[in-house]
Structure formats: structure tokens, C-alpha cells
Design a protein around this ligand. Sequence first.
Ligand code: SPD
Length: 393
Amino acid sequence: MKDHHSLPDEDAALLLCGSITRREFVKRSLAAGVGIAVIADICAPYSTAFANGPELDLLERIKQEGGELFVHNWDDYIHPDTIPTFEREFGVKVRYSTFPGNEQLLAELGSGEQTYDVVFPSHHYVPVMIAQNLLAPVNRDHIPNLRKIIPKFLNTGFDPGNQYSVPYCWGMTALAYNTRLVGKDPNLGSWALMFESGSKSYSGKLGFTDEREEVIAAALIYLGYSANTQNISEIREAGKLLTGLKPHVRGFYTGDDEKTAFINEELAVGHSWNGDIVTAHWKNPTIRWNLPKEGGTGWFDTMVIPRNAPHKFTAEAFINYMHRPEVAADISNVTGYATSNGAAVDTYVFRKIAKNPAIYPTEKELQRIEFLGTVTDSVRPVYDEIWQRLTGS
Ligand code: SPD
């Protein structure tokens, strides 16, 4: 990794995070030859952020909020240093826990039994959470690093102006396989590896994620339909294909269980998230991830603050910290997922990671990716019926 500690940008981050005073920042910037206009631009969000109490700096405000933060994330989705560094720098005790999937997260937030300050739903669950009044609006003035995020992930139709969600990492769902077990299968490079060879050659060694819309999308894409089709007969056809395959499926896996099953060589072919398989490959090189010729789905996970979060200000400081380019890059470097932080990709993401198309697909590959939409009310009953047949839940 590059040494980033002397970059003016780092000083800006320290200022914006309240770790140095504005006076100290101006002094350092002038010494580094940074122009007054640039300094004023960087100071602007700081002034806005603290317009109501400039005498109260960020660390003090965090302390007043209790010096704690409840973070609830997916498995294997952070760098081991991310939380300890935040705790040290901001004087916060983080209670960190994980959830296995979007549906489980939605149910947890809905039940209100646990309180969390920052959780990480996928983009297509954010509108559901907004509609159910489960989220608190974020104060964007407290998250100046938003401007480091790649514009295409911001200001989306489901959350205009990013009132509730801040993009985190993004990824693709497609095919995984064990090279030793599939050998030279002629269906390599196609979803036919799952939907044609699956029942014949890999019975009992097929795995899927536990995500209803993702699983149905895979079958739709193989059949040549849109992953987001609203056509009920296309969705039923996908359902039929999946229920036919079900006797050969070893499991619908939550969290990082599918990755573990691949590493242990229990699975030959899987429907899988790219990053989990990239990191499985680092542990067991026989495991590969592939974007088939028919394509796959795309998604990005987000950071949101539940409505009943007890430490909202600290949560915003944390979200801003997560988008320091060096922090975002560390996460991408170890998780095998792409960061939505463009500044991180341009600077601190290792070149071998940024150039790995299983993590950062090329423009051409991106054309084969269809980003998932939220399941609409008109097709939800069919999705539920198929899912019930597949998993009994
Ligand atoms: N191990 C981290 C996995 C994160 C996966 N998010 C996937 C959402 C797909 N809809």
C-alpha cells in the first residue's frame, strides 16, 4: 500500500472527521502549498456540519452520545483493522455483529428487538425499508466523503438525494465452480453448467444463495429473460426450472456458508456472490467465479441508519470514516468486493485487485450485468410461491 499519511487529502479527512482543528488544517495546507480556494472548499462542509455548535467538536459530540456504536454487517465484509482503528481514533466502543441475508435483516429491523446504529442492506431492499419506515434520514453534511463515491451509485431512483442510504461495496451474482470437479464440462461459461449439467453430473453438489430474487433471477437470465421481468409466465417458467433442479441442490446458503462449502469441496457448481468466491479461491485455488455468457445480476450494498438508532451522530461519523479512500480500499483489498469509492479505486486499491475482472468487471462485462430491482407487489406472490416450493420458507 502507498504511504498516504502525508497527503493533504488525509489532513482534509482529519479535519472533516474532527480529528484536527480548522486552524491546524489551514496551517498544514498552507505549508503544503494548497491554494486558499481549495482550502475554503474543503472547510465548507465542516462549517455546515457544525453550524449549530461550532464550539462542540466531533469527538466531544460522540462522547456525549455515549461513545458506543452498534454495527451490523454481512459476514466477511470488512477489513480486520477497520473497526479497531475507528475505535482508537474516535474513542468509540463498537459492538459489531453480522447478519446472514437481506430478508433476515429486514425481519430484524421490523421486529425492533435489537437496536443497531449502522446496517448494510443491499440497494434493492432500501426502498422496502424506507416504505416500512425503518430508516432514519442521514445528515449528508456529516458525510462529506460522499463526494468520493462514484456518481452512478448516488442519487438513485430508489433513494433520490441519498436521504437514507450511502453506497458501500458492490458486486455481481453469477456462477462458481470447482475446476477439479467440473473438469472440461462443455457447459463451462454458461448457466447451462447449473441448469443442464447440474442434474446429470453434479447432483447433490449444487449450491445457491439464500436470496429469493437472486435465485429466480439466475433462472430467468438462463432462459433469456430479464432478471427484473414483470411477466408472470416468464417467472413461472423460471420457477419450474428451479423446482425441477431442487432434488439435486445441496443447499440454499446464507451468509458465508456457501463459501465455506466451496472451500471444503462440498460443491461443484454454485450460484454465488463474486467476492465470496474470489476469497474462497485465495484459500482453495480450485474454486473459480465466472460471469456466464448469458450474464448475471449486479447489486450494491449500502450503509443505512435504523430509525431507532441510539447513536445517530456517531453512525454518520462512522459512515464518513468508511469512505476515507484508504479505509474503503483496505476493505476492497481483503473482501474481494469492489468499493463504490472512486477515490479509493484510483489510489489505494491494489492494482492486482482493481484489474481482477471477477472483482472490478470491464465495461464490456458490465453490459452483461443487470442490476436487481425491488420485487414489485404485482409479482411478489409468485416469487413467494416459488420460494416456498424451493425452501419451504
Ligand atoms: N460476504 C459479504 C457478502 C455481501 C453480499 N451482499 C450481497 C447482496 C446480493 N443481493
